[in-house]
Every structure is written in structure tokens, then in C-alpha cells.
Design a protein. Structure first.
Length: 135
């Protein structure tokens, strides 16, 4: 589900790295839900937790702040589709880095809707891998 490579990115074009990104593939068994089905998304890089406001989930060129991900009802992440996670931060050093991603997904079964009030239980899944910085 997680990619194997981290990338330093200069998104504002000023010559200074301002984001780090990596790929993630949707491999949930029942992926036919809007992005708001993901009630909580956590990321840590080398043991450092990343604030939701500093992360962006990008699918098909659509940038969504991870802080707002639970509210998205009109963008769907399809099975086996790749997305990118961007972390707002300075460049990371070359070498191997531990990336951990946690998903809390709703058990609310009515697919077109989102459990905005968190009335239904969630299932938690952790993904952890070592990634290398791209050259």
C-alpha cells in the first residue's frame, strides 16, 4: 500500500525544498467510498508525528488537506489507485527513513454518505515501511 521512495519537492519554485512526498495505493477490500470514509489519517516520519494541517492527500491532481479529508463526499479514491501524500517540511537527508501511516475508516455502510458526526465505529489500520530518498 505504501510506496518505497520519498521525494524532496520545491513546490513554490524558490529553490528551497518545502515538501516531502510519497505514494500510497488504495488496497482496502471495499474501496467504493468517498474520501470522507477515512475518518482520520496519521503519518509519522522517522518517529516524528506530522500535524494534519501540514499534510495534503493528492488524488488525480486534486489537493485535499488531511485536516479536511473526513469532510470530502464528492471525491472517491478507487481500488488500486495511486495517491500522493505531501508533507509540508524542510528537505530530508539521503538514506532510509521510517514512514508510518495510520487509517481510521468508518464502518458506516451507506456508501454515498459520510458519517460526519462519527456515530459509527471505525476500523484502524497501520502501515509501516522503510523508504529511500529518491536521487
Amino acid at each position: 500500500m505504501l510506496g518505497s521512495t520519498l521525494h524532496n519537492e520545491d513546490l513554490d519554485g524558490d529553490g528551497v525544498v518545502d515538501h516531502v512526498r510519497f505514494s500510497i495505493r488504495n488496497q482496502f477490500l471495499h474501496p467504493n467510498h468517498p474520501l470522507g470514509w477515512i475518518r482520520k489519517l496519521t503519518v509519522s516520519l522517522d518517529g516524528e508525528a506530522i500535524a494534519p494541517a501540514d499534510m495534503f492527500f493528492v488524488v488525480r491532481g486534486q489537493w485535499i488537506s488531511v485536516a479536511h479529508l473526513p469532510t470530502i463526499t464528492d471525491i472517491w479514491w478507487q481500488m488500486r489507485e495511486m495517491a500522493e501524500l505531501y508533507i509540508k517540511r524542510q528537505a530530508i537527508e539521503a538514506g532510509s527513513h521510517k514512514v508510518a501511516v495510520g487509517f481510521d475508516v468508518s464502518m458506516y455502510g451507506h456508501t454515498p454518505s459520510v458519517d460526519r458526526d462519527n456515530q459509527y465505529p471505525t476500523i484502524h489500520e497501520d502501515l509501516t515501511t522503510e523508504m529511500e530518498l529518491s536521487k
